[in-house]
Design a protein around this ligand. Structure first.
Ligand code: MG
Length: 265
């Protein structure tokens, strides 16, 4: 009897705690455009609330839930193939050289911040001047290029989705200045048999301006060829060495979890 009273009292406490949560339990369930019912009600009382991550009024350069990939001290989070990253780190900067580098960690959807500076290479032009790149999932390139004082094809300049989409505007800072990229990336989804379910999408802010607005990648980046998709899972982030000593600083990433991925389709 006592045991039952304890159980009932625990249940009552749980229900009371739940009832105190803001929200509703008598609203309709959300329905996707294709008719699939989602597990959550409109204003669902028990839907998981996002964790709080900003604890201070001052915005820190790297948010507390981010993964710091380069803070100026070392490239321990990066690899050159199976070995330690070969890029030089000096004066708080990482300099491209010695081949591409990739993160040891693999990512799906993400928010990425990085800052880059093109070297002074006045005698070079176009794709030969300050070329590097951010390869999302090692496949989808957001171009890095000195594009303030040098001209190249539209879909090859800074902040282009290389070979696919030029940026909306050219926001490249003058040579010698730092540029920032803030990238939101949604990884492609593939069906079980390997065909594409939804394309990769990206939003890019270049020096604070939106230059790619939820753009769709047509496939993995290719040079003078059509981009295509081939099914893959989580993958590292890769920075390109294109033969120009482009400098990098302040690189951090936040993993983004999409709760709809857990819904069977
Ligand atoms: Mg490049």
């Amino acid at each position: 009897m006592l045991r039952w009273m304890i159980v009932l009292s625990g249940l009552a406490t749980l229900l009371a705690a739940q009832a105190e949560q803001p929200g509703y339990d008598d609203t309709p369930k959300l329905v996707r455009f294709d008719g699939t019912e989602l597990p959550w009600r409109v204003h669902d009382r028990v839907r998981m609330r996002p964790p709080k991550v900003v604890a201070e009024c001052v915005r820190a350069p790297a948010p507390m839930d981010s993964i710091l990939l380069f803070d100026g001290t070392n490239l321990d989070s990066w690899r050159s193939g199976q070995s330690a990253a070969r890029w030089k780190v000096e004066d708080g900067l990482a300099l491209a050289g010695g081949g591409d580098i990739s993160t040891a960690e693999q990512f799906l959807d993400l928010q990425l911040h990085l800052e880059w500076r093109a070297p002074s290479e006045d005698k070079k032009e176009g794709q030969a001047r300050g070329n590097s790149g951010v390869f999302l999932m090692e496949r989808y390139e957001v171009q890095i290029l000195e594009s303030e004082g040098s001209v190249t094809y539209a879909d090859g300049q800074a902040a282009a989705l290389y070979g696919q989409w030029p940026p909306l505007v050219n926001a490249t800072a003058p040579m010698g200045c730092w540029n920032s990229y803030d990238i939101t990336f949604r990884a492609p989804r593939f069906k079980k048999e390997g065909s594409l379910d939804s394309a990769a999408r990206v939003t890019v802010l270049h020096n604070g301006l939106i230059v790619q607005n939820n753009r769709e990648f047509f496939g993995a980046t290719a040079h003078r060829a059509l981009p295509r998709y081939a099914a893959h899972g989580a993958a590292p982030l890769r920075l390109q060495d294109h033969g120009n000593p482009v400098a990098f600083r302040n690189i951090w990433v936040r993993k983004l979890v999409d709760e709809t991925d857990s819904i069977p389709r």
